[in-house]
Design a protein around this ligand. Structure first.
Ligand SMILES: Nc1ncnc2c1ncn2[C@@H]1O[C@H](COP(=O)(O)OP(=O)(O)OP(=O)(O)O)[C@@H](O)[C@H]1O
Ligand SMILES: O=c1ccn([C@@H]2O[C@H](COP(=O)(O)O)[C@@H](O)[C@H]2O)c(=O)[nH]1
Length: 243
């Protein structure tokens, strides 16, 4: 435990915050799975949609009407607004690992993020929830009829949201796929089954980062424990506490 904690502290000295983008269709389960990931692996969950809804609801917000118009129409808010909200939320949290849920959703988002933020963070990977359109629509309608209060959990907005998803968001997933950064999860099954796949994915990434840090400690002559020992003694609870 001491070794990993120390490795991590050493690595933090010059390290940028780590982020995972979480993408998928409306209702694919991004928020649900993020809630589970933060419990198990200790990231901070930042939902771009939630940040926009919170900004919209601030009395007198200069962006309130614009945000609501985009949400109802399933179109995408200009990146300057979303990126500023994300940046502020990251700074305010004072943490160093973030799940950025529902962003970047189009080319404008991608370019704005690359301009303002990409160099300040370490993008670990893109978690992509692949889910059948009808399954997603049924989930969102059920969420709406159970009292979500969301102005876009209705058939009309959902049609528009899916047009945006296919036309604008999937090309962003493709963009990251070309860089080998996408981890695709089948999101059609139950919450728990999906989470088993998600867990495997995070464990792989965390272990490979730990291994890299451990190798670096070998190079600098700082080695007290074998990699096998670290690997054998680790569990996700352990990783959450120490990582
Ligand atoms: N695997 C699942 N099986 C069945 N229902 C699910 C599953 N995952 C999530 N749900 C339910 O589907 C609805 C949508 O889930 P969630 O809010 O996590 O999706 P999302 O991708 O974040 O949606 P959005 O993009 O619209 O914010 C919620 O009511 C949630 O409880
Ligand atoms: O980066 C973003 C994220 C969201 N939006 C708008 O909000 C709604 C709802 O988003 P959810 O992630 O489903 O909560 C989305 O349809 C967009 O209109 C955005 O513009 N930019």
């Amino acid at each position: 435990m001491l070794l990993i904690t120390t490795l991590r502290r050493l690595s933090m000295a010059n390290v940028k915050p780590s982020i995972v983008f979480v993408l998928g269709g409306p209702g694919s389960g991004k928020g649900t799975q993020c809630a589970k990931i933060i419990k198990e692996f200790g990231y901070v969950h930042l939902s771009a949609g939630d940040l926009l809804r919170t900004e919209r609801d601030i009395p007198g917000s200069r962006y309130g009407d614009l945000i609501e118009k985009h949400i109802r129409n399933g179109t995408i808010v200009p990146v300057e607004i979303t990126c500023n909200l994300l940046h502020a939320a990251m700074n305010n949290s004072r943490k160093d690992r973030f799940l950025i849920d529902g962003f970047p959703r189009n080319q404008d988002n991608l370019e704005g993020w690359n301009r303002e933020m990409a160099a300040k963070v370490n993008l670990q990977f893109v978690l992509f929830f692949d889910c059948n359109e009808q399954v997603c629509i049924d989930r969102c309608l059920k969420r709406g009829s159970s009292g979500s209060g969301r102005s876009d959990d209705n058939e009309e907005s959902l049609k528009k949201r899916f047009i945006t998803y296919f036309k604008d968001t999937l090309p962003i997933v493709d963009h990251y796929q070309k860089q080998n950064l996408v981890r695709k999860i089948d999101a059609n099954s139950s919450e728990d089954t999906v989470f088993e796949e998600v867990k495997k994915c995070f464990k792989e990434v965390m272990y490979s980062t730990l291994h890299m840090l451990w190798k670096q400690s070998v190079v600098t002559g700082w080695k007290t424990t074998s990699w096998q020992q670290i690997h054998k003694n680790s569990s996700s609870t352990f990783l959450k506490k120490t990582w």
